[in-house]
Write a protein that binds this ligand. Sequence first.
Ligand SMILES: [Zn+2]
Ligand SMILES: [Zn+2]
Length: 193
Amino acid sequence: MNDALALSTLAYLFLGLLLGTLGPGGQDIAKEITRARGTPLTNAVMQREQPSERKLFGFRVVLTVAFILLWPIFIYGIMKDRRLASALEKDLAEKSKGLRYCYMGGCGTITCKDCNYKEDVTSFIHGIDSAVSGFQCQWCGKFHSVNASGRGRARQYERALVCDCGGPLERDKVVFCPSCKSQNLSYDLREIT
Ligand SMILES: [Zn+2]
Ligand SMILES: [Zn+2]
């Protein structure tokens, strides 16, 4: 019984040692040490001397020992931070790919940064019983405002989402310039409801 306990304790500490040196814990501890060492600039701002390497080594030992003893807690925090960071990054990359009607609000002006084309558009405005949503024809690039007033109109207008040219109207695709087809556009919000 005691042997089993000793063995699992040993396994626990060994796993902590691995995670705290070679694993993600080790990387975080190294970052912490770099931050503690500071740069000439950050040390000047904080009006302090760079801590001695002996002090930094002591700091590293304390962090590593604390990590080895309590690694499940630290690992949980590290993993949570990483997941959050990667989710944020993905979200940002998705949104920075271009302008989309579904992320724009109200009405405003779309400006093409390549050919300087400008047009006032409505992305989404609503009253009590009506709403106007913006769409773009995927063939000719023409901007459309579609009015969906009254109950039950939503279905009806979904079917009517076709441009004069026969092209499909979309609002979740990246908006492009009707003149030069560039996706390098900006949107200046004028009003939001
Ligand atoms: Zn069209
Ligand atoms: Zn353009």
